[in-house]
Write a protein that binds this ligand. Structure first.
Ligand code: NOJ
Length: 580
């Protein structure tokens, strides 16, 4: 049994966060792209779902090379999404409904069109030259020629991580696209500018930050070659077998804890009681996460780790393996245990970078509704703060992309081009994109059965999933048995039953290949969750399950079911009070 952290629980231990990807959420002006007024118009829906916090993916001015994760002005709103006044209105309207707003903070890199980079690039003597990672060509090579890059690192979006700048004869580092140059956090002026910008947002009324790839901001110096072929890094893989793996030099680098502690002291200190900070951290280990999230260290409240979304991956994220439930349990169970004494878990299946979970770990055909409810139940009953990604509460599925032309995401488009150039079978590459491509998460939110799915009256920037005629919010809200109402109950349960938020966690049946089972305990209250991850009936081999059957059934996904056997994709949460 894992002991409970006895300190005063933070407000976000009982909260649920909902992620909005504004581009795909709701389009108020018919241009085919979602916007802020669209989000504001849907706040009542989110309020009905019961969420506490809304995390907004980037809405800042951006050339949109990576859908806004390439920012050219940190303190404004892209006209695509509206104006600062629209954002103020969204914040005010959300606050009126008791919903906090968390902004995406993308400060590992800027856009190459950000004035900082424009200035940095303008001359080797520019006062901002050192704000980015400029390096000469590898000694003994001809600058600009293949292989002359300062290190052999691959970028996450295919090709080398260094771009040659002919005008100055030097290279700049970009771990993501060439339009996303990495900021140099070694330079204290950079850090000061970022802290200032963050304070500006807090003054504007936002309630925290989700920090994009924040464990990449500290790089080991000097940058050196990485191992070839590239090693898998928990779901984020520098593409292209010819490149080296720079991960060991930039994932949780030498000054990362110092930088986050400094950011906390400069920006967050004094506001802890109301703010939320969550760091996205590919490749983070439990030991590191303990340090990042230990409240006494004042770094971040929680991190997004990637281990459990890597359990179905082979040599790269595109190499998809069948899910082994035992591996998923082993991973999530270890994270539960690892952050039990100090620190806190964030819990997620989905976000704008992951395929839809009901297609990935559930059954998006015959058992779509039931398996979506099961997945929600299992996740929300873990100890940690659950994140719901738009449409997850409807059981939205992956999209039936027919051809490479249907994809919009730079990662998918670049991977297809580079893999096919390297000789891969285009059909296999396409199959990988269909299963793992980020666009699966980015098809428009399905509000109703109309041709634009209620998302837009215009032409959507990416195709609407044809299943919106049956999978949509209008139908789900009207149906008390829908995935939506199941999620609503799960969110409610977190507030009404303290053991859901704060109980300790014990994994059961670690070796069972189909049943996921665990206990939560707080005081004399004990909760048992059992879930059948299969399309055939299964009997949970939980010791004393017959007695549990006498206990209260807090939540289930199969009406009227009560026997010792779970139906296909059935999940149950039992509650009892321990006596003696
Ligand atoms: C992680 C974000 O979630 C992803 O969407 C983005 O492409 C990269 N960071 C680069 O900002």
């Amino acid at each position: 049994m894992i002991p409970v952290n006895r300190t005063e629980p933070a407000w976000w231990t009982t909260s649920v966060v909902y992620q909005v990807y504004p581009r795909s959420f709701a389009d108020s002006d018919g241009d085919g792209i979602g916007d802020l007024a669209g989000v504001t118009g849907r706040l009542d829906y989110l309020h009905e779902l019961g969420i506490d916090v809304l995390w907004l993916s980037p809405i800042y001015p951006s050339p949109q090379d990576d859908n806004g994760y390439d920012i050219s002005d940190y303190q404004d709103v892209d006209p695509l999404f509206g104006t600062l006044a629209d954002l103020d209105e969204l914040i005010a309207q959300a606050h009126q409904r008791g919903i906090k707003i968390v902004m995406d903070l993308v400060v590992n890199h800027t856009s190459d069109e950000h004035p900082w980079f424009v200035e940095s690039r303008s001359s080797v003597d520019s006062p901002k030259r050192d704000w980015y990672w400029w390096r000469p060509a590898r000694p003994g090579t001809t600058p600009g020629e293949p292989g002359a890059e300062p290190t052999n690192w691959g970028s996450f979006f295919s090709g080398p991580a260094w771009e040659y700048d002919e005008a100055s004869g030097e290279y700049y580092l970009h771990l993501f696209s060439r339009k996303q140059p990495d900021l140099n956090w070694e330079n204290p002026e950079v850090r000061r500018a970022i802290h200032q910008m963050m304070r500006w947002w807090l003054d504007r009324g936002v309630d925290g930050f989700r920090m994009d790839v924040i464990n990449m901001i500290s790089k080991e110096l000097p940058p050196r070659d990485g191992a070839v072929p590239t090693a898998e890094r928990d779901g984020v893989v520098p593409a292209g077998a010819v490149h080296g793996d720079g991960g060991p030099f930039f994932l949780c680098g030498p000054r990362i804890h110092e930088f986050l502690a400094e950011m906390h002291a400069e920006v967050v200190a004094g506001h802890e009681a109301t703010l939320l900070t969550v760091g996205e951290m590919p490749g983070v280990t439990i030991e590191q996460a303990q340090l990042f999230t230990d409240p006494d260290r004042h770094e971040v409240d929680m991190v997004f780790q990637f281990e459990h979304v890597g359990v179905d991956q082979g040599d790269s994220k595109w190499d998809v393996l069948p899910l082994r439930l035992t591996a998923l349990k082993e991973s999530l169970g270890r994270w539960q245990e690892g952050l039990a004494k100090a620190g806190w878990n964030s819990l997620y299946w989905n976000n704008h970078d992951q395929p839809r979970v009901v297609s990935r770990f559930g059954d998006d055909g015959e058992h779509r509704v039931r398996s979506a409810k099961l997945l929600g139940t299992v996740l929300h009953l873990h100890r940690g703060t659950p994140y719901v990604y738009q449409g997850e509460e409807l059981g939205m599925t992956n999209a039936p992309f027919a051809a490479v032309e249907d994809f919009r995401d730079i990662e998918s488009v670049n991977h297809y081009r580079s893999a096919v150039e390297l000789g891969a079978d285009p059909r296999r590459v396409l199959d990988g994109l269909r299963r793992m491509g980020r666009d699966n998460a980015r098809t428009p939110m399905q509000w109703d059965a109309s041709p634009g799915a209620g998302f837009t009256t215009g032409t959507p920037w990416i195709g609407v999933n044809p299943n919106h005629v049956e999978v949509n919010a209008e139908t789900a809200v009207a149906d008390p048995d829908s995935v939506f109402h199941h999620y609503r109950r799960l969110i409610e349960l977190r507030r009404s039953e303290p053991a859901v938020a704060l109980g300790d966690f014990t994994m059961l049946l670690e070796d069972d290949p189909v049943v996921y089972a665990f206990l939560r305990r707080l005081g004399d209250v004990e909760l048992l969750t059992v879930a059948n991850f299969s399309g055939a009936p299964a009997r949970p081999a939980v010791p004393g399950y017959d007695e549990w059957l006498e206990a209260e059934l807090l939540l289930g996904n199969v009406a009227g079911s009560s026997g010792p056997e779970l139906a296909a994709w059935e999940a149950r949460v039992h509650r009892r009070t321990m006596t003696g």
